[in-house]
Design a protein around this ligand. Sequence first.
Ligand SMILES: [Ca+2]
Ligand SMILES: [Ca+2]
Ligand SMILES: [Ca+2]
Length: 186
Amino acid sequence: MTTQKRRIGILGVLAAAAMIPACHQEATTQTAAQQDGRKLQRQELHTRGLDLQEIDINQDGQVDQRVYTKSGVIQVAERDFNFDGKVDMVEFYENGVHSRDEIDLDYDGIVDLVVVYENGRIVRKEYAIDFEGNRHGVQLFDAQGRRYEIQRDTDGDGTMDTIETYAEGDAQPQRIQKVSKPTSTP
Ligand SMILES: [Ca+2]
Ligand SMILES: [Ca+2]
Ligand SMILES: [Ca+2]
């Protein structure tokens, strides 16, 4: 049994997207396994040929938000909320419809939360509670926006070990399932 319940659709596109060039630290320490499944996956930015609108929200002379459009339709937006020059949130759009957010919650340049949308509706959240990009939880949402499943990495080893199933948007899980870990090779 797989530890991840994957949804096809937008996620298929995401899986195909290459990672953004890794920062210095990741290049040396990240293993192939981490790149594949344990780290939050970042979608590649495609901004070539797009029209760019630069916005200086706090009027300090430094651009804080970049909005990329094609024929007037938004494609990508990059936002720097704390005005330190580092992007804190990237929003992706497909055909003008919001499809994905990548959010750096603690402003260290590493994405901590990924939100995936289908038809503008949230279907999936992946989050790293260690703020190092290691994925520690995945939440799945149904067509009514109700959370129906949470996958957790309770011991922080980067592998999902618990799946909680929720009925009708209940706060308490209907079922908690432990996932046996694949035996590691020496
Ligand atoms: Ca500014
Ligand atoms: Ca920032
Ligand atoms: Ca971060």
